[in-house]
Design a binder for this molecule. Structure first.
Ligand code: PMP
Length: 420
C-alpha cells in the first residue's frame, strides 16, 4: 500500500521550529548551557543571550526591554496578567473590602476564561463576559457599557484561536484612554462618579495568534499588557512573554528567585527564550511578508472551494476581519470529531478547535459564543495554514474533505432511517 503523505493544516495548534531558529537554539543546550543567574562566565554568557533576546522582543513590540517578562508560554502570561493585576489591587489598603471588576469576552482562550471563572467563584472578582455575535467580533459599545467604577482590567484577545477573527484592539485601547481622561476631568472638578482612589484600568490582549500576521506595536494598540507564545510562531514550545507597560500596577504571582526583575521566579528557559526571539526577528523579514500574502491567497482559495463544492457548508465568523491563515467551517449533519479522525486517516491533520480542549466532548465555547446551536458547534472544522502549505495540499485536503463529508452524511442518514 502506498504510504499516505501527511498534510499539516493545524498551525494554530502549533508550528514546526524554523530551521534558522533551531540553529540558533542548539548551542544553548550544549556548550552555552550556563544559568543566567550565575555570576561566572558561563552564567554571563547565558544572561547576555537572554538580554539580547529581550531587546529583540522589545524591538518587535516597540517597547522598552525592561517591559518584557519571559514566561513558560501564553497560558502563564495570561495568568500573570490577570492574577498579577488583581494581587496588586488587593495589596492596596484603600481597596480593602472592594471586589474589583474584570471585563473579558465569552470566547477567550480557556487560560483566560478559566482563570476569571476560578477567581469569580472564589469571590475575589466580578466579571463581565462580553458577547461576540455571529461575526465573532466584540462591539465597542458593549465594552463601554460594561465599564464600572470598580473595573481594574479589560482583557480582550487580539485574534481568536478557533475562528481567527481579529478584535478591534486599537479602538478598545482608545476607548479606555478616553474613559480615563473623562474620569480625570471629573475628578479634578470633584464631580467624579468613580472612586477617587482608583488607578488606571489596565488593558490586556492575548496576542498569541496575532504575532505572525498583525502589527503588535503596543503603543499603537494602546495596551498595558500583551501575551505571546513561542510555539505559534515557528519558535520552541514552553516559552512565552508578557509585555508589562512600565509602572503598571501588577505584582508577581509565582514566588521564588529574583529572575525577571522579580516578576517571574524560576530558572530561565534560555534555549526557548533565544529561539522565541529569533522567531520573532524572522517575522519582520520581507520573506515573511511575501509568505503571509501567499498564505492569505491560499486560504481564500480554500474557503471559496469548500463553500462551492461541499453542499450545506458554512464559514464560521467574519471573512474580512480574520487572520490570513484561518478557515473554520461547519457542515450540516456532520460530527466534527468524526471528520477530524477520518481526515487524519487520509493524512490530513486538522482540528475542531483549540488543541488545549480537544480531550473534551463539549461543543466549542467559541462557536456557542457566536450563537450557534450545540449540534452546529459540534459539526465544525478548523483548518489553519502555515509557511509550508502548498496549493496541491489544499487541493488534496478539499478533495478528501468532500468525500468524507458525503460519507459521514450518508452514514448518519442511514442510521436515522434505521430508527424510523
Ligand atoms: N492563547 C491563545 C489565543 C492560544 O491560541 C493559546 C494556545 N492554544 C494559548 C493562549 C496558550 O498558549 P501556550 O500553549 O503557550 O500556553
Amino acid at each position: 500500500m502506498p504510504k499516505i503523505k501527511r498534510i499539516y493544516l493545524d498551525h494554530a495548534a502549533t508550528t514546526p521550529v524554523d530551521p534558522v531558529v533551531f540553529a540558533k537554539i542548539r548551542p544553548y543546550f550544549s556548550e552555552k548551557f550556563g544559568n543566567p543567574m550565575s555570576v561566572h562566565s558561563f552564567g554571563q554568557e547565558a544572561m547576555a543571550a537572554v538580554d539580547q533576546a529581550r531587546v529583540q522582543v522589545a524591538y518587535f513590540l516597540r517597547c522598552q526591554p525592561k517591559e518584557i517578562v519571559f514566561t513558560s508560554g501564553a497560558t502563564e502570561s495570561n495568568n500573570l496578567a490577570i492574577r498579577g493585576t488583581l494581587k496588586a489591587y488587593q495589596a492596596k489598603k484603600e481597596n480593602q473590602g472592594v471586589i474589583p471588576h474584570i471585563i473579558t469576552t465569552q470566547f477567550e482562550h480557556h487560560c483566560v476564561l478559566n482563570t476569571c471563572q476560578e477567581l469569580e467563584k472564589e469571590g475575589q472578582i466580578e466579571v463581565t463576559y462580553l458577547s461576540v455575535y455571529a461575526d465573532g467580533l466584540v462591539r465597542l459599545a458593549d465594552v463601554k457599557r460594561a465599564l464600572k467604577s470598580n473595573t481594574i482590567l479589560v482583557s480582550v484577545m487580539y485574534v481568536n484561536n478557533e475562528i481567527g477573527t481579529v478584535q478591534p484592539i486599537v479602538e478598545i485601547g482608545q476607548l479606555l484612554r478616553e474613559a480615563h481622561s473623562v474620569e480625570r476631568i471629573a475628578r479634578n472638578s470633584k464631580r467624579s462618579t468613580f472612586r477617587d482612589t482608583r488607578s488606571k484600568i489596565l488593558f490586556h490582549t492575548d496576542a498569541t495568534q496575532a504575532v505572525n500576521y498583525f502589527d503588535c506595536d503596543v503603543n499603537k494598540l494602546d495596551v498595558d499588557l500583551l501575551s505571546l507564545s513561542g510555539h505559534k510562531i515557528y519558535g520552541p514550545k514552553g516559552v512565552g512573554a508578557l509585555f508589562i507597560r512600565d509602572k503598571s500596577a501588577i505584582t508577581h504571582v509565582q514566588s521564588g528567585g529574583d529572575q525577571e526583575a522579580g516578576m517571574r521566579a524560576g530558572t530561565h528557559n534560555v534555549p526557548g527564550i533565544v529561539g522565541m526571539a529569533e522567531a520573532i526577528r524572522q517575522i519582520k523579514s520581507s520573506k515573511s511578508k511575501v509568505k503571509n500574502n501567499e498564505i492569505l491567497k491560499l486560504r481564500n482559495y480554500l474557503i471559496k472551494k469548500v463553500l462551492k463544492e461541499i453542499p450545506k457548508s458554512h464559514l464560521n465568523g467574519s471573512l474580512d476581519q480574520r487572520s490570513p491563515n484561518n478557515a473554520n467551517f461547519r457542515f450540516d449533519d456532520v460530527e466534527g470529531e468524526g471528520l477530524i479522525l477520518s481526515l487524519d486517516m487520509e493524512g490530513v491533520a486538522a482540528s475542531t478547535g483549540s488543541a488545549c480542549s480537544s480531550g473534551s466532548l463539549d461543543p466549542s465555547h467559541v462557536l456557542l459564543a457566536l450563537g450557534l446551536k450545540h449540534e452546529q458547534a459540534h459539526g465544525s472544522l478548523r483548518l489553519t495554514l502555515g509557511k509550508s502549505t502548498t496549493k496541491q495540499e489544499i487541493e488534496y485536503a478539499v478533495k478528501i474533505l468532500k468525500k468524507i463529508v458525503s460519507r459521514l452524511r450518508k452514514i448518519s442518514g442511514d442510521v436515522l432511517k434505521e430508527f424510523k
